[in-house]
Design a protein around this ligand. Structure first.
Ligand code: HEC
Ligand code: HEC
Ligand code: HEC
Ligand code: HEC
Length: 208
């Protein structure tokens, strides 16, 4: 055994070792982007969906402000739809002269100033089965948010982006959002201020 033979063995081991380690290196990834690319080859998006929360809710698709989403259908929820079942004549001819109302006694308008807003601001006397825009165009009852958006642009824009209102189901697609009339009664849209759930005895003392 001389020194040269020894060096040969050492070098051979080094070469085998290098080949083995570079081989192993191939099975892993050269860079993090390679790894992401390889791992995402058979990945077809998340399997989480909000669909199961929407079972039994009839929805319609809307495209507003560049956002596409679902909202609940409304016409099926309205007790007195279709309006034309009773309103066979233009509305002004149906209005009774006596002060005791025969229909819609439960609707008391408490929205804007009664001098500037009445029933026909939103309803069409000649075609009650549709709502009416300020310019006189029909708006389907399912798309009543369009009616609101004429006067409440800020809330409408926030709503299309998801910042005003609430989702039905979860954050996973498909996006389904409640529409304005799911929360606001169009005839009296403001919410009453509420007292805090807990009775504040300190405040009572202060008021005395
Ligand atoms: C069951 C029958 C019936 C149905 C359904 C019905 N209406 Fe009426 N509506 C009446 C009658 C009757 C009057 C007249 C009420 C009165 O003055 O006593 C009336 C009056 C009205 C008026 C005038 C009220 C006022 O105070 O000046 C509006 C607006 C109106 N209806 C809208 C609608 C709309 C919108 C629908 C559908 C969503 C509808 N109605 C469905 C029977 C009906
Ligand atoms: C600010 C707009 C607006 C005004 C003003 C207004 N309505 Fe409505 N009304 C609506 C909208 C929107 C709906 C549909 C609500 C929904 O989808 O739940 C509706 C629904 C109704 C319905 C059907 C309710 C049901 O549950 O079947 C009747 C009846 C009605 N309105 C009558 C009237 C009468 C009468 C007046 C005047 C006293 C009036 N509305 C004023 C917007 C308005
Ligand atoms: C023709 C214009 C007009 C239309 C259409 C209209 N609103 Fe209003 N709304 C007003 C005015 C005016 C007020 C009272 C001033 C205010 O508080 O902003 C008001 C008040 C409100 C309020 C109470 C605001 C507060 O600060 O308490 C809510 C909520 C509301 N509207 C929701 C709706 C919804 C929902 C619709 C559609 C069904 C609608 N509005 C349609 C004009 C309109
Ligand atoms: C999930 C329920 C929900 C939906 C959907 C919803 N709102 Fe509201 N909205 C609220 C609540 C809660 C408030 C706050 C009331 C308060 O602070 O007194 C509010 C407040 C408002 C106000 C009063 C101004 C303010 O910011 O306090 C207006 C106007 C309004 N909403 C209009 C709309 C319109 C228009 C739509 C549809 C495009 C809509 N809302 C959809 C629940 C809802």
């Amino acid at each position: 055994m001389n020194n040269r033979y020894h060096i040969h063995i050492v070098i051979s081991y080094l070469i085998i070792g290098f080949l083995w380690s570079s081989c192993k290196h191939k099975e892993e990834y050269h860079s993090i982007t390679d790894k992401i690319e390889a791992k995402s080859k058979n990945y077809h998006g998340t399997s989480i969906s909000s669909e199961k929360y929407l079972e039994g809710i009839e929805t319609i698709e809307v495209i507003e402000n560049g956002h596409t989403f679902l909202i609940p259908e409304r016409k099926g929820e309205l007790k007195s739809f279709a309006c034309t079942e009773c309103h066979t004549k233009p509305m002004h001819q149906m209005q009774s002269k006596d002060s005791t109302k025969k229909a819609h006694w439960n609707i008391k308008l408490n929205h804007a100033d009664l001098g500037t807003m009445n029933c026909v601001t939103c309803h069409n006397g000649d075609n009650p089965d549709a709502l009416k825009s300020l310019t006189g165009n029909p708006i389907d009852f399912n798309n009543s948010y369009k009616l609101c958006s004429q006067c409440h642009q800020k809330q409408y824009k926030d709503w299309t982006g998801g910042a005003h209102g609430k989702r039905i189901g979860g954050w996973a697609p498909p996006r389904a959002s409640m529409t304005c009339v799911n929360c606001h009664n169009p005839h009296a849209p403001s919410f009453d201020t509420r007292w805090p759930a807990r009775f504040n005895t300190q405040k009572i003392k202060e008021r005395k």
